[in-house]
Design a protein around this ligand. Structure first.
Ligand code: HEC
Length: 291
């Protein structure tokens, strides 16, 4: 029995069931049980809910949980580690430079060491030849494949998209990516998935060319955090959220300053305007006929 992406949780005496499988697909075991009114064991409820507990949905304020997490550089740091050790084997992030990490998740010295491990083709030099050198802070993340054709050839014809802006490029943003990464399951009865594809209810068409990239203990975190599947997914999603908008925090801070500034300036300017115009506006033009 594969993991079904539905979410069950309980508050007080009410059991909530969030159906995540696409409508029309064969109901999973949990759904059938839920519909039949049989109670779930609390252990099962807890197990189901634990998979999602570390991930809350977008808050009413319009800021996603990942946004709020941005104040926690350690999560982005772990997310980068996941990207580097897992996703970068297939996915490029060509719009992100090493210097972007400085001051966000790593110190400058750390990023320099990371960048130096990369070989970059540069040039031409004085004799017109291209040469390779070790990476610098200003270099962009290396690509796993030289061109899209090579990427397709290595992935059964499917093109792994560039992840730089992926959370902005998909409906649901990082929630979608999180669900996609954790939502792989056995195809429901009667659904056949072609060789080389994997069943994932979150993907359009439900058959994705990406093998499940993460699982428990897929990597070992440098900071010793237990690398459970949901932890890894959450970290990499936070990283991807940040990568899509590295300027996000600064933008919000600027916006707040702007609002506070205009809260003072706008009434002041309005008062000044009234003051300046008071002579003209309160002027009364009267016609006095000559005597
Ligand atoms: C073995 C290679 C491989 C690895 C490793 C890999 N992917 Fe993928 N990924 C692919 C391929 C191939 C596709 C395209 C799938 C398709 O179009 O059917 C893809 C597609 C995606 C998509 C886009 C799905 C969509 O809606 O179009 C996202 C998001 C994604 N991968 C995230 C990740 C993340 C995050 C990681 C690291 C945890 C990762 N991938 C690791 C091969 C990989």
């Amino acid at each position: 029995m594969g993991r079904c992406p539905c979410v069950i949780f309980q508050t007080g005496h009410t059991v909530y069931f969030i159906l995540k499988a696409p409508t029309g697909s064969v109901p999973c075991q949990s759904l059938r049980r839920f519909q039949s009114g049989k109670p779930f064991s609390s252990e099962k409820l807890q197990r189901r809910w634990r998979r999602y507990e570390s991930w809350c949905y977008r808050a009413a304020a319009g800021l996603s949980s990942a946004h709020r997490e941005l104040s926690r550089p350690r999560r982005i740091r772990r997310g980068y580690q996941v990207y580097k050790q897992v996703c970068s084997a297939c996915h490029s992030m060509e719009y992100l430079a090493f210097r972007n990490l400085v001051g966000v998740s790593h110190t400058e010295a750390e990023v320099k060491t990371i960048a130096e491990e990369v070989e970059v083709v540069d040039g031409p030099d004085e004799s017109g030849e291209m040469f390779t050198r070790s990476g610098k802070l200003s270099d962009y993340f290396p690509k796993p494949y030289p061109n899209p054709e090579a990427a397709r050839a290595a992935n059964n014809g499917a093109l792994p998209p560039d992840l730089s802006y992926i959370v902005n490029a998909r409906h649901g943003g990082e929630d979608y990516v999180f669900s996609l990464l954790t939502g792989y399951c056995e195809p429901p009865a009667g659904v056949a998935v072609r060789e080389g594809l994997y069943y994932n209810p979150y993907f359009v068409g439900q058959a994705i060319g990406m093998a499940p990239p993460i699982y428990n203990e897929v990597l070992e975190y440098d900071d010793g955090t237990p690398a459970t599947m949901s932890q890894v997914a959450k970290d990499v999603c936070t990283f991807l959220r940040w990568a899509a908008e590295p300027e996000h925090d600064q933008r919000k801070r600027m916006g707040l300053k702007l609002l506070m500034g205009s809260a003072i300036l706008v009434p002041l300017i309005y008062y000044m305007k009234r003051h300046r115009w008071s002579v003209l506006k309160s002027r009364k033009i009267a016609y006095k006929p000559p005597k």
